[in-house]
Write a protein that binds this ligand. Structure first.
Ligand SMILES: C[S@@+](CC[C@H](N)C(=O)[O-])C[C@H]1O[C@@H](n2cnc3c(N)ncnc32)[C@H](O)[C@@H]1O
Length: 300
């Protein structure tokens, strides 16, 4: 952003150079302004989508669906597009809240769009500007007053006021965080939730097909040795079928670990279970993912 400002100042002080500005530079400036220009309305929840000039956002090519999933543009796996218990619970809780809901790691916004369709308000957050731009372009255009955009790397770059949300969804993003960031992330979400507010979260479990073959014995040993992050796996241990879109590591979870971790960060578990997504091409005997709904309680 600093580079862009400097370039703009140079142009502003030199009429000749400004005339020479190429079409692609003009387009880049328009695109930039669309996300952060003067008309854009920044609120405590992020940028109000209806204040963004959506027509001028760049046209990213969303990758084609692979099996039942759409690959991300930043090697963060895939976006799911099938509703299951945890997604449905998020939509239901968003509907009865008087505040916007928050989706962290929304990718192309498939779930965010479902929430918008129910006339609820939602904040869509992701590390990838491209993902958020697609989320905006694909959003139902008559619901943009209900959508806020917050770009940043969770947890360190994303911030909201205390008690901003009654419900937060983190679907298949926390497994891209290492231990201390998982803890920081839980603490941040705890502060953003109203008392008794709900965190809904799904992640790859230690039984997920991408890691099962090469890692299951190692996971078992680490669990026996009471290692705190027993499911942490580097990319070279993933099964090769997932190579194209895989992240550099995956922090897989298991039930007993979350049952210990969540209360330590002020959450009371309401529901926790292993599951496979509907239509999963490699059903993992119902155990490929682990999801939970946890309520904010006072911290000890
Ligand atoms: C596997 S996709 C999940 C998409 C969707 N929530 C789902 O469940 O299908 C993970 C998403 O999290 C985003 N992401 C990964 N690390 C992140 C971080 N540290 N902060 C914010 N977003 C992140 C990626 O850009 C990607 O869009």
């Amino acid at each position: 952003m600093g580079g862009y400002r400097l370039k703009k100042m140079v142009y502003d002080h030199s009429c000749n150079k400004q005339k020479n500005k190429t079409m692609s530079e003009k387009k880049a400036q328009k695109e930039h302004d669309a996300f952060s220009g003067e008309n854009v309305k920044n609120t405590k929840y992020g940028i109000l989508a209806s204040s963004i000039d959506i027509e001028s956002l760049p046209d990213h090519k969303k990758p084609n669906q692979v099996r039942d999933e759409i690959p991300t543009l930043n090697r963060c796996g895939y976006m799911k597009s099938k509703l299951e218990f945890f997604g449905e619970t998020f939509i239901d809780l968003a509907k009865v809240s008087n505040k916007p809901a928050l989706e962290v790691g929304c990718a192309y916004g498939w779930l965010t769009h479902q929430v918008l369709e129910t006339d609820s308000e939602i904040v869509a957050s992701d590390i990838s500007r491209e993902h958020l731009e697609i989320t905006l372009k694909d959003a139902p255009h008559n619901k943009l007053d209900n959508l806020y955009i917050s770009k940043g790397s969770f947890p360190e770059e994303v911030s909201f006021d205390n008690e901003s949300f009654d419900v937060v969804m983190a679907s298949r993003i926390i497994h891209f965080l290492k231990g201390e960031d998982v803890k920081k992330g839980l603490d941040k979400i705890h502060s953003w939730l109203t008392p008794n507010g709900a965190l809904i979260c799904t992640n790859c479990s230690i039984y997920h097909s991408s890691v099962k073959e090469k890692m299951s014995k190692i996971f078992e040993e680490r669990i026996q040795n009471k290692e705190e992050w027993a499911g942490l796996t580097q990319q070279d241990s993933f099964d090769s079928v997932h190579d194209d879109y895989s992240h550099s590591f995956l922090n897989c979870f298991y039930k007993e670990q979350l049952e210990k971790l969540l209360p330590e960060h002020g959450f009371k578990i309401e529901e926790i279970r292993y599951f496979d997504y509907p239509g999963d091409p490699w059903p993992d005997e119902g155990k490929g993912h682990i999801g939970f709904v946890a309520r904010k309680v006072a911290k000890n």
